[in-house]
Design a protein around this ligand. Sequence first.
Ligand code: AMP
Ligand code: MG
Length: 479
Amino acid sequence: MTLSIRFDNSYARLPDRFFSRQAPEPVRAPRLLALNRPLAEALGLDPEALASPEGVETLAGNRLPEGAEPLAQAYAGHQFGGFVPQLGDGRAILLGEVVAPDGTRHDLQLKGAGRTPYSRMGDGRAWLGPVLREYLVSEAMHALGIPTTRALAAVATGEEVIRETRLPGAVLTRIAASHVRVGTFQYFAVRKDTDALEALARHVMARHYPETETVLDMLGAVLAAQARLVAQWMGVGFIHGVMNTDNTSVAGETIDYGPCAFLDGYHPDTVFSSIDQFGRYAYGRQADIAVWNLAQLATALLPLIDPDRERAIEAATAALHGFPDLFKAAWLDAFRPKIGLGTAEDGDAELIHGLLDLMAAERADFTNTFRDLAEGRSPGRLRDRAGLEAWTARWQARLDREGTSPTAAQARMRTANPAYIPRNHRVEAAIAAARAGDLAPFEQLHQVLARPFDAQDEARAFRAPPAPGEEVRQTFCGT
Ligand code: AMP
Ligand code: MG
């Protein structure tokens, strides 16, 4: 069975200094662990061909499909606030861009495909844990309706990678609107390569923001996309964990799932990432960090915004100053339906914060508290009964004012408040089982997460927060 992929590689047509041509490094014994058949079909790829021995060889990087132009992208980035002028794909190879039957364009990238000129001290590989984790969490994010890169496949390499210990190697096939990052612009800005900046901006505008005419418009569109994205993360209790500028997609997708996590108990200061010592990327700081990252993008774009630097700074600053309002509007869009509201009223933010404050005081489970409301239960686990009663009275009055019946409010909330999120302890348990050769927990979790808003009564156990011994307090970059 031959695998045929309709490639049209626009990034590979950019100037040579945008990337290094680099083929994936073959692996010893590829074995398919997971294949996303619905995604394959949406991309116009034959799932049977992908699952065939030739397809698996392709997904492992052992065989190049016709039309692929493998390369590693160059980029820079601020990591935890410090600037690194050269990063780049150290363990990922872009095979090319697939044009789907619906006309949309997608990067097809192998993550963990071997060393590249940007690998520095790294081995260019990934181990099974982070590959399955990204597979589960990115697909859950998609099912939640949040823009994200996606997982097409995971293959075991039959090789070991050395981390703290010897671990089974794996390769993830990642699909993205593109892999252009804020750090891609920074890479050329720091080299004062205005021609490359211009070419990159044109590429991004044509690809992601065809409605924009100027670079300033494009900046505005990226700002709006990031505001929406971070607000949507917050609406499902997601913490990205490494919001560095090299992990910020200009297409507005969630990208680079490292030490990310979904909240169990709610508190805005929550941090999971083992490498985020100072809480820079805590749940409640994500909007501030997004605008900080976008200020780095704006800085990189200055030469393209106006030849007069003062005027460029003025225009870019004005755009950045629009972010708080964009974010506030997006946050309300994300949270209003979570309490069943269908209209906007002054005071809605205070009403929502009223509930969040009650939750934070006792670290109530984020997902289950909102889902309780959606299923017509009093958020039973909140112990502050007086506080809850006072809040409920305000909430009911607000719903009455807009004329939303309890049934209608619940129906709305059931489309905004998921019952199922990829809880850390479940993800960790699925990885542990897969390491021992049992993929059933991974597959079961994946299936439950594909329908996060459905009651799925047979899957109720997946709603439970971690038992005291099961809590995951730290997540690792796990490269
Ligand atoms: P990340 O933490 O995945 O955002 O990666 C940060 C940088 O480190 C990127 O340039 C990666 O390509 C690089 N990197 C991470 N892990 C490895 C690895 N195992 N081998 C080579 N480069 C890596
Ligand atoms: Mg990264």
